[in-house]
Design a protein around this ligand. Structure first.
Ligand code: SF4
Length: 262
């Protein structure tokens, strides 16, 4: 599971570690809101009673804690999940009153192999199928790429790797890419370093968008802040065509997305 507190990400910890260190967490975070995200195996969630019992125990532990926890669930997309995804979303909403955040792990296929990027395009196709009933999709699916405020103008995500800091693009989820294109060079102030790097990337993407599909796209400003065109320039070696599913993103054009799917 992943623990977030207001202002930062504590990182991945095991449930056992959390229970063993509970008093330490209380001392350290008792004045801050906490967010805990539990990774789910949807196949087991829907078929394995012992798995659900263990999950119940975890949820109860957080509910009974003196800390102020919010709980969400996350899942990767693996074989067989597409057919049970909506049933799992309903199950989690009814049983635990929370959402499932789908993390398709598309960035893992950004490796310049022969099948480079396949997972991203498979995910785009899966989104089209999941959104065949737009009403159901919009009411049940936690689709962050359709939320124009999520990970865009007011938000910078960074990752640390071997002593360096890198900007994290948002391609359906935060991407950890540790290449020079995204490295943050340290200036006097850490915040200035991050904001300056983000501004540099955003401006350069907008300037270089003319010969790409992005140049005439209404989502350019949002995507530039999420660093999507930069991914097309770097990871996809100057690809000109969109790498996202714009039809599904477009389902949210006429509304203010509230960021949840209750
Ligand atoms: S990445 Fe796709 S959705 Fe984003 S600006 Fe470019 S063409 Fe538009």
């Amino acid at each position: 599971m992943t623990l977030f507190f207001k202002g930062g990400n504590f990182g991945n910890v095991s449930f056992k570690y959390f229970k063993d260190q509970r008093s330490r967490f209380v001392d350290r975070f008792s004045k801050r809101g906490m967010d805990v995200q539990i990774a789910l195996d949807l196949n087991r969630l829907m078929t394995d009673k012992s798995y659900v019992a263990a999950l119940d125990e975890r949820i109860e532990t957080f509910k009974n804690s003196s800390l102020d926890f919010e709980i969400s669930m996350a899942t990767n997309i693996v074989q067989g999940v597409e057919g049970i995804l909506y049933a799992a979303i309903d199950y989690v909403r009814d049983r635990y009153e929370t959402v499932i955040e789908v993390l398709p792990s598309v960035v893992r296929s950004f490796n310049h192999s022969a099948k480079h990027g396949d997972k991203l395009f498979e995910w785009n196709d899966m989104l089209t199928r999941l959104a065949a009933d737009p009403h159901r999709f919009k009411n049940k699916f936690h689709f962050l790429q359709g939320d124009v405020s999520h990970k865009a103008f007011h938000y910078s995500v960074v990752s640390l790797h071997q002593g360096n800091m890198y900007m994290s693009p948002f391609i359906y989820e935060n991407a950890q890419l540790h290449t020079n294109d995204f490295v943050v060079l340290k200036e006097n102030s850490l915040v200035d370093s991050i904001l300056n790097k983000k501004q540099e990337i955003v401006n350069s993407q907008i300037k270089k968008s003319v010969d790409k599909e992005c140049g005439s796209c209404k989502y350019l400003n949002i995507c530039a802040n999420r660093m999507v065109p930069m991914i097309m320039d770097t990871v996809f070696d100057g690809r000109k065509e969109c790498i996202l599913n714009k039809d599904v993103i477009g389902l949210y054009d006429d509304e203010v997305y509230s960021g949840n799917s209750y």
